[in-house]
Design a protein around this ligand. Structure first.
Ligand SMILES: Cc1cc2nc3c(=O)[nH]c(=O)nc-3n(C[C@H](O)[C@H](O)[C@H](O)COP(=O)(O)O)c2cc1C
Length: 162
């Protein structure tokens, strides 16, 4: 695996393909944390061991993070590594739903013995699926200014916890 030049101490790794909703959140958090932004496909080519803090973000597809994010986690040694997770989804993540969407990533990160510092979620514009398409999509304009502000505040909080 390639080594990334150590110009950043923090990495944010994301997968965002539907409307780039998650990318907007990733960019807002990276701005606060001065983090290196990598797509999950880019991250797969690199060794992440030199990063002191890593965020993993994804749109929710079929009730889960995208598998490339899970693959990045699998191939890296994350023992005791401070990490955080974030996602955007069509459906609001209530406490019950949050556990559902995050179930795989949390169990994978726990098995890898990473130190999970927090998780963030917000709704994202969703025009997938025949029913949703029929009504022109849901959550148009999300993430909005308020979501991005929440993302920035979450990143500040993570910085304090790291
Ligand atoms: C193939 C596909 C499957 C999806 N499955 C779900 C789902 O199970 N639950 C949900 O709440 N949203 C679902 N969505 C909506 C996305 O989670 C939402 O639009 C998200 O913000 C997309 O993020 P992105 O633009 O960063 O890819 C799905 C979208 C797509 C394209």
């Amino acid at each position: 695996m390639n080594k990334i030049k150590k110009e950043h101490k923090i990495a944010i790794i994301y997968h965002s393909v539907h409307h780039k909703n998650t990318e907007k959140i990733a960019v807002a958090m990276a701005d606060v944390l001065d983090a290196k932004l990598l797509t999950a496909s880019e991250a797969k080519k690199h060794d992440l061991k030199d990063f002191e803090l890593i965020g993993f973000g994804s749109g929710i597809y079929e009730a889960d993070f995208h598998k490339t994010i899970l693959e990045v986690i699998e191939i890296n040694n994350l023992k005791d590594k401070p990490v955080f997770i974030f996602s955007t989804s069509g459906v609001k993540q209530t406490n019950i739903m949050k556990n559902k969407f995050n179930r795989n990533i949390i169990s994978t990160l726990s098995r890898k013995q990473a130190k999970i510092l927090g998780s963030f979620s917000c709704r994202g514009w969703d025009s997938a699926g025949p029913l949703v398409r029929l009504i022109g999509g849901v959550n148009k304009g999300r993430p909005n200014k308020r979501d991005l502000q929440r993302a920035r505040e979450f990143a500040q909080e993570i910085q304090k916890r790291a």
